[in-house]
Design a protein around this ligand. Structure first.
Ligand SMILES: *[C@@H]1O[C@H](CO)[C@@H](O)[C@H](O)[C@H]1NC(C)=O
Ligand SMILES: *[C@@H]1O[C@H](CO)[C@@H](O)[C@H](O)[C@H]1NC(C)=O
Length: 402
């Protein structure tokens, strides 16, 4: 028989341990058809009457939940601001990349890694009385791709996403019958060979959840202009996809140089802060996480009147949580990348509204790797070193002359 003192110290020990470390959840938590690992960080500041927000942080290829946990400020700041962090762990033994290719994962409640991750969110909402209207997702590389993926297929679950070095929703879809094709690497997408109009990208997102008519999550994307693994073309493709989904013009309303760090340009679309794109000049695939910028966008550090699903919590009522049963109806096998071309009306953005643009114009030529052109850009268009190379309508930069 245990003495009360032993029990007390055991309970104390447990609570201290659980508050400070990453926990592996091994009890059943809902549909998880691909067996994604579930790791969670419960902040030290969580109290029994907290209604904490949730941040999901999927890792990169060859990464792990533990590496994501150790590799950013998110857990440290969770202690400060009282949000919960979910670190999913890829079941893909070959390369630990996420499943972005299967019909199941590309369909709302259809299966794949995305459903396993969403089950973790739904379980956490119930288990920790978390705030269903303040669920966010951010990640780098494959985690940035998964961020696009989750926001696209589960607009009712996520209030906002922030992707670093990612690709548009559906870009990694296996061409042809992608039913059951999990974790396939799309070289075409990674190399920037998959391009669509905004309307086409919008159709790809909408077909993930055709019956959905509600509010869409807001989004941030960050990409290095010299990304050698996930081509910079995917930056412009994400701009097209999310502006189209959010009903915004592809022309930025504002461009701000050197934000949040020197050499990066912040583009804002529309006037309500629903979509922002950060072009990191001269930055490779090893793009630096910008936790502070993302935390502000998600308002994870706010205490009252915080941003939530439905644009500040005023705009819409959150759909009731779906039952925890997996839909068995993923029979649509149409390649997500191939079939939306016939009935589309292309909205070409021809006008360039430059009114609200605040970029500081320099008088000298642009330096090597600096920006020298692109929609909304008003800085130097002549390079002092190298030649001005245009990548897409949003970005041109000074590259070394051949
Ligand atoms: C697609 O692939 C799945 C799994 O291999 C198979 O069950 C299904 O019959 C295929 N569908 C078509 C239309 O070929
Ligand atoms: C949240 O953090 C951001 C970035 O550090 C800061 O700009 C903002 O003022 C903070 N907001 C609150 C309510 O503390």
């Amino acid at each position: 028989m245990k003495s009360p003192i032993t029990w007390a110290s055991l309970l104390l020990g447990l609570s201290l341990t659980s508050a400070a470390t990453l926990q592996h959840i091994t009890t059943p938590f809902g549909p998880n058809p691909t067996s994604v690992g579930f790791y969670i960080y419960i902040p030290t500041t969580l109290t029994s009457n907290s209604n904490p927000p949730i941040l999901v942080n999927p890792h990169w290829c060859h990464g792990t939940a533990q590496a994501a946990f150790a590799g950013s400020q998110w857990a440290t700041w969770a202690d400060k601001h009282g949000y919960i962090v979910i670190y999913p762990d890829s079941p893909n033994v070959a390369d630990h990349c996420w499943d972005l290719s299967s019909a199941e994962g590309l369909t709302h409640d259809g299966g794949g890694d995305s459903l396993g991750i969403v089950s973790m969110v739904r379980w956490t909402i119930k288990e920790y009385n978390a705030d269903a209207s303040r669920v966010f997702v951010t990640g780098v590389s494959s985690g940035g791709m998964m961020t696009n993926h989750l926001v696209g297929a589960y607009p009712d679950v996520f209030a906002a996403g922030a992707a670093f070095a990612g690709v548009p929703f559906g870009c990694y879809a296996y061409p042809g019958n992608n039913s059951g094709v999990y974790g396939w690497w799309s070289d075409d997408c990674a190399k920037g060979r998959i391009k669509h109009t905004g309307e086409e990208w919008k159709g790809i997102v909408e077909r993930a959840y055709p019956e959905y008519t509600g509010w869409r999550p807001k989004f941030q994307t960050f990409h290095g202009t010299v990304d050698e693994t996930v081509d910079y073309v995917n930056f412009g493709e994400q701009v097209k996809q999310w502006t189209s989904i959010l009903g915004l013009s592809e022309t930025p309303t504002r461009a701000t140089a050197n934000t949040p760090v020197s050499g990066w340009t912040k583009y804002e679309y529309g006037t309500e802060g629903r979509f922002e794109a950060f072009s990191a000049a001269g930055v490779s695939h090893g793009i630096q996480n910008q936790e502070s910028t993302v935390m502000s966008f998600f308002q994870l550090n706010c205490t009252t009147g915080c941003f939530s699903w439905g644009q500040g919590g005023q705009g819409g009522s959150l759909p009731s949580l779906p039952s925890s049963s997996t839909k068995n109806s993923v029979t649509s096998t149409a390649g997500v990348t191939s079939s939306v071309k016939t009935t589309l009306t292309t909205t070409k953005v021809t006008s360039t509204t430059k009114a609200a643009i605040t970029t500081t114009a320099a008088t000298v030529g642009q330096t090597l790797w600096g920006q020298c052109g692109g929609s909304g850009y008003t800085g130097p268009t002549v390079c002092s070193t190298g030649t001005c190379t245009t990548y897409n309508p949003y970005y041109a930069q000074c590259t070394p002359s051949p």
